[in-house]
Design a protein around this ligand. Structure first.
Ligand code: UDP
Length: 251
């Protein structure tokens, strides 16, 4: 019996929602030891999401919780510009669900608009602590690569330009997983008042003391099985970074 992967997906209603969820569903449904926890940003679960979950043939939980109300004066654009954390209460409800199910496994936070290789779950399910790996298209760069010391096999940092020091885990949501036992032991949760862009950091610092405590996965972070993208109808923006020679190491 393989260890379970809990794939926690926050989602909210918009024109591209079902397209995104269909794609996630079809990327992960063939892994029979993946438990999909979908949490709608709404007061109730919707029929359209429920139907999709049932069609997936997966083990699933279908939940809903509203995000805290935005300050009335702020427009949607302004909230986005402020980088107000999205999906926080939804991911936390997902963690609560994993803990109440009581079966240990590896938790992955898979946003609904990203893209996933079907091999991702098998690559992360044996992780005992915090596993990290590279992600495609992080923060308008071509990728966020984890640096691993070839001598020690330890993580020393990432190519993320915001990675300033060892206690600043500048990881992407799509680039780490964590064993549910560790989350339970540490009572770790996402924090709604995380500073802009620091939601992953504020979560991970509850789990590990140092980046070297993280386990590099996916062939020492040289493979990419998740891409941080956004579905855009119409003309898509281009990544800003130019070609990087290190890109060749990533296939
Ligand atoms: N999300 C949500 N409510 C919102 C906005 C986003 O539940 O009001 C979810 C969204 O479906 C996704 C996750 O939170 O699964 C991250 O959102 P988004 O992709 O917009 O954030 P970004 O990746 O751009 O930081």
């Amino acid at each position: 019996d393989k260890p379970l992967v809990y794939f926690i997906t926050p989602t909210y209603r918009r024109p591209t929602q079902l397209l995104d969820l269909v794609q996630v569903s079809q990327s992960i449904q063939h892994d029979k030891a993946t438990y999909w926890i979908v949490v709608e940003d709404a007061s109730h679960g919707s029929k359209r999401v429920r139907d999709l979950l049932e069609r997936s043939g997966m083990l699933f939980a279908h939940l809903a919780v509203n995000s805290p109300e935005a300050p009335k004066k702020l427009s949607k654009q302004k909230m986005k510009a402020m980088n107000a954390p999205r999906g926080v209460l939804q991911r936390n409800l997902g963690i609560d669900t994993v803990e109440s199910l009581g079966v240990p496994g590896v938790i992955y936070f898979g946003d609904d608009d990203n893209k996933y290789d079907a091999r991702l779950m098998e690559a992360i399910r044996y992780s005992r602590g915090v596993g990290i790996f590279s992600v495609g298209f992080r923060a308008e760069a071509l990728y966020c690569r984890c640096k691993v010391d070839p001598m020690t096999g330890k993580v020393t940092g990432t190519t993320n330009r915001w990675f300033k020091n060892k206690v600043n885990y500048a990881m992407d949501m799509a680039g780490f997983c964590v064993n549910s036992e560790l989350v339970r032991e540490k009572h770790a949760r996402f924090l709604q008042d995380s500073p802009p862009g620091k939601i992953e950091h504020m979560f991970l610092q509850q789990l590990v003391e140092d980046v070297t405590d993280m386990e590099p996965l996916l062939n020492n972070c040289t493979l990419i099985y998740s891409w941080h993208v956004k579905t855009v109808v119409g003309k898509p923006p281009k990544p800003k970074d130019s070609w990087d020679p290190a890109w060749k190491q990533i296939r």
